[in-house]
Structures are given as C-alpha cells and as structure tokens.
Design a protein around this ligand. Structure first.
Ligand SMILES: *Cc1c(COP(=O)(O)O)cnc(C)c1O
Length: 369
C-alpha cells in the first residue's frame, strides 16, 4: 500500500466549479484586489473570529508585513521559538530585526516559562507559533505581552481553526499570519497568505503596505511593498473555505485514531502531551520515536510517506551562524529534532491507510523487541 503525504490529487478530483469561477474572473479582468479577494477576506475574518482580514502574497509576507506595520525594524529584537519553520525567523530578519530564539516545551510550542528571561530593552514583539496546528500558551503569552508592553503576533500559518479554551487562534494577538500554501489545511493553487487583526488602524496600514502604499491611484502615503493576495487564488480560497470545518474535524479524528493505535507502542513511541483544552488542528501529526531514522526508512520502504519536521532546529542552521548559537542552547528543541517523525494525517486518508500506518509502526518495533 502507498500512503501519500500530499492529498492534492484527491482534493481536486472535482475542479469544474472552481474552473467555472476562474473563467468568470478572467472575463471580468478583476485580477488585483477585486471582489473575490474582498469576499475571501470577509469569510476568513469570520472563520477565525477576528474583526478584519487582509489578504497578502504568502504566509511569510503575512508575518513580515505585520511586524513592519507594528514598527519593528533595525535595532529591535523579536522573540520566537527555536523549533519553527524557517519562514518565521526569516520574517523577523527581513523586517530588519534580530531573531531571539526561545526553547520549546514538551508540546513543541514556545516554552512560556523561558520567554520573560529572553526579553531585553530592545524586544519589540513576541512571535509565538501555533506549531503543527496546536496553540502555544496564548493566555500566558498575552499576559506577558500586556505586562511588558509587547505586541503578540501569532504565527498561525499551520493553524487555521486552532483554539485554546475560548481563545481562537488568530484572534487573540494584535495580529496573526496565516498561510494558504498548497500543503496547509486551507490551501490554494499556489502561494497566498492572510493577516487577521481586530485593529482598524493596523488593517488600514496593512492594506496600504501590501499595495505600494497607494491610498489612491495618484497618492502614495508611504513607500511599501507589492504583496497582494491574487484574485485567482481568492477564487480557489472562496471554494475551499467552506470545507475548513470538515477538514479540521477529519484531521482531528484521524489523529485520535493514530493516537489510540500508537499508544500501545510506548515507550518506543512517545506521543506529545495532548491538552484537552487545546484545539490542535493537526497540520502535522507528530510523535517521538526511538530509532527515529531507522523507523523513517522502514516506513518509506513500506510505502508510507513519513516526513521529519525538522531534523535540525533553526539555531543550529547555517543561516543562524551570525547569532552565535551552539549545540546545547535549546536542549528540548534539539532532543525533539532527533526523535520527531510526522505521519500523513490529511482529510483524504482512508481508514485502511490509517490502520496500515499503525500496523507498520507496530511491525517495526515488534521486530526489534
Ligand atoms: C508555512 C509556514 C510559514 C510560511 O508560509 P508561506 O505561505 O509558505 O510563506 C510560516 N510559518 C510557519 C510556521 C509555516 O508553517
């Protein structure tokens, strides 16, 4: 059996309704910031529970523009997690600020007990990540932000639909960045991103920033960027946004089945702690494995497209050399990088595929008892 990581071929087996709308868009010529973008932004804001949404070119731009709009620049520091995707740190660097990493906790989200120690006179923002689709400790982060006068920008690129108690991911900080990349839970046919905010002032600034600072065709409020959500991608997004609840619930259900099936393989397989107060939307289904690399190779041989997110944490990457980090600086992120493995958990998996993946993991450890 082959269990593929990507579901795109299954997701888009019925594309005619989308193509019909694209045909209409092409005929209208409404290619930049037109009606489909406005409609998508309205639905997205509602979905997330924020007042406003601003469509931009990518999730990376969503984070970068949010930081810029908050005035982050050279001489400033922004705090984030060491175990995130490269784009989180890249957004800080390209905004001109210094990246300040903090270790993660057992749940693989930023360790809030270490955030305060990382704050200096130069800190200008906190950029926690909803890693794998699971919220960081939003309550604690908002409290620290409030007390220290620091805006919290959520990297919710992996986490459309996540929540912690009553706090909904992407609606709690000053702003949040989402990605519509083809492998994210709500995906379009290329790149796209969204910023959510409940500040009208920030929304207005971001709308200008993504469009050359143009307040009208002939007036430029400030010099800025070209990072618009493509109308064509918004057309695709307007179709798929209707499926987000189903996508999320199916991923959660698949993850529960995997959790139950793998629980018996402990201690060789360790599941991250699952907090009942969190709505983890399982962009990634990860666990920690003994002999991880051998398990990874075995699963691949068996046709299960398992992945590693990621084998080397950001502070040990060549890109981080100017920051002067060394092995041992963030022990939890380093330990997790050695043990973590990701199984497909997408909404188009069949019950047989899920059972097969569990059987393969059991077989691997069975052989080594
Ligand atoms: C995917 C991702 C991004 C970047 O999104 P793009 O749309 O690919 O630019 C940023 N942060 C995290 C945590 C991501 O997973």
């Amino acid at each position: 059996m082959k269990v593929k990581y990507s579901y795109l071929s299954r997701q888009f087996d019925q594309i005619d309704p989308i193509l019909e709308d694209i045909r209409a868009l092409v005929k209208s010529g409404d290619f930049t910031l037109g009606e489909p973008v406005r409609r998508f932004e309205d639905s997205f804001a509602k979905l997330v529970g924020a007042k406003y949404a601003v469509g931009v070119g990518s999730g990376t731009d969503a984070l970068f523009l949010s930081l810029k709009a908050l005035g982050v620049g050279p001489g400033d520091e922004v705090i984030t997690a060491a175990n995130t995707f490269v784009a989180t740190a890249g957004a800080i660097e390209t905004a001109g600020a210094k990246i300040v990493f903090v270790d993660c906790d057992k749940k693989s989200v930023i360790d809030v007990s270490k955030v305060e120690k990382a704050i200096t006179k130069r800190t200008r923002a906190l950029l926690p990540v909803h890693w794998a689709g699971q919220p960081p400790d939003l309550k604690a982060l908002l409290e620290i932000g409030k007390r220290r006068g620091l805006p919290v920008v959520e990297d919710a690129c992996q986490a459309i639909g996540s929540a912690q108690g009553k706090l909904r991911g992407g609606s709690t900080g000053v702003a949040a960045g989402f990605s519509l990349h083809p492998l994210k839970n709500l995906n379009v046919w290329g790149d796209g991103g969204v910023i959510t905010t409940s500040s009208e002032e920030l929304r207005d600034k971001l709308r200008l920033m993504r469009n050359h600072g143009m307040s009208s065709r002939d007036e430029y409020a400030f010099y800025a960027y070209n990072s618009r959500l493509d109308s064509l991608q918004a057309v695709v997004g307007n179709h798929l946004i209707k499926d987000v609840e189903w996508i999320t619930e199916t991923r959660i259900k698949n993850a529960k089945t995997l959790d139950a099936g793998l629980a018996g393989v402990a201690p060789k397989v360790k599941l991250p702690p699952r907090d009942p107060g969190d709505r983890h939307v399982y962009h990634l289904y990860q666990f920690f494995a003994q002999d991880r690399d051998a398990l990874h190779a075995f699963l691949r041989e068996k046709g299960v497209e398992a992945k590693i997110h990621y084998p080397v944490p950001l502070h040990l990457q060549p890109a981080s050399r100017p920051l002067g980090h060394k092995a041992g600086d963030f022990p939890e992120a380093e330990a997790q990088a050695k043990a973590t493995i990701t199984l497909p958990v997408h909404q188009h998996l069949t019950a047989e595929e899920i059972a097969y993946m569990i059987a393969c993991v059991r077989e691997f450890y069975g052989k080594r008892r």
